[in-house]
Each structure stands twice: as C-alpha cells, then as structure tokens.
Design a protein around this ligand. Structure first.
Ligand code: HEC
Length: 141
C-alpha cells in the first residue's frame, strides 16, 4: 500500500473531510503570503525632519535602488538590476541633465528600460531635488 508508506496523502484526505479547518488553513496561508509580500514591498520610513529629496527617494526609489543607492536585494529578487547610484565613478560621469531626464522620462528612451519614468508623478522641482539627493548618495563613502 503506497498511502500507508506516505503519511502525507492521508493527512490531506483527512483535511478534506474537515472543510472548515481546511478553509481556515487556506485563509491563514493567504494571510501569511500577503503579509510577506507587503513586507517585501515595504519602503524604509523616512527619518523625522528629512528633506524633501530624501523623503521622495526613500518612498519612490529605494524599493529598487536601496536606501543607500547600492541596489536593494528585493530588486535582485525580481531580477531587476538597478546599478549602483552610490558609485561616485559612475554618477560623477553623468550630467545633471542626464540624471534629470532618466528620472523624468525613464530609461526606455535611451535603451535602459529597467528604470521607470516619474514625469507623470513628480513635478520638475521634485525631480531636481532627487538629482541633488542622488549626487549626495554618490558622495557618501
Ligand atoms: C522598478 C525599479 C526602479 C525604481 C522604482 C527606480 N529605479 Fe532607477 N533604475 C532602475 C534600473 C533597473 C536602472 C538601470 C537601468 C539600466 O541600466 O538599464 C535604473 C537607473 C537609474 C539611474 C541611472 C543610473 C546610471 O548610472 O545611469 C538613476 C539616476 C536612477 N535610476 C534614479 C532613480 C530615482 C531617483 C528613482 C526614484 C524616483 C528611481 N530610480 C526609481 C530601476 C528603478
């Protein structure tokens, strides 16, 4: 008898005879899954009194780029490669216009489609704040 050797199918069969218990287990599993997803997608809370650029960055950008700009492991989990915004050698070579444009229009126009466009969400002043903040990330060791 196969089922005698494998306790698992028996357990599942027993569960199917108890629909309410099975329902509760399924609901609990969905709860754990949704909670895990929320935890995964949550962004760091900006410190009290943070400048506008920092707040915007932490809320909108850190999911992919990480709070320190080095790229978040959450992004890596979804096979997104956001590069390293804290690398002064890379960011130092970029002009303010380049940084402004890639944030406003996304990477797609210049063949780097991983970076989404924020022109519809952010005013130009906010994008300028973000450019300044990204420069600051590259400046920190
Ligand atoms: C969905 C994930 C995601 C989010 C959110 C995101 N980025 Fe990006 N970003 C990327 C990826 C991926 C790249 C690299 C694109 C490439 O090289 O192909 C990138 C590239 C960049 C670059 C260019 C870096 C370089 O070396 O050229 C800048 C600057 C940048 N992002 C800033 C931001 C800012 C500021 C925000 C928030 C307003 C932001 N990103 C939000 C994924 C993201």
């Amino acid at each position: 008898m196969v089922s005698a050797a494998l306790p698992f199918p028996d357990a599942i069969l027993a569960l199917m005879r108890r629909p309410l218990l099975a329902l509760l287990i399924v609901l609990a599993a969905i709860g754990v899954f949704a909670g895990g997803l929320a935890w995964l997608l949550d962004t760091p809370r900006p410190p009290a009194g943070a400048a506008r650029g920092e707040r915007l960055y932490l809320v909108l950008c850190s999911t992919c780029h990480g709070a320190d700009g080095r790229g978040s492991w959450r992004a890596a989990l979804f096979l997104i490669r956001p590069g390293n915004l804290a690398d002064a050698a890379i960011i130092g070579r970029r002009s303010d216009e380049y940084l402004f444009d890639i944030i406003k229009h996304g990477g797609a126009p210049i063949g780097r489609p991983g970076m989404p466009a924020f022109g519809a969400t952010l005013r130009d002043d906010d994008i300028k704040e973000l450019v300044r903040y990204v420069r600051g990330l590259a400046g920190s060791p």
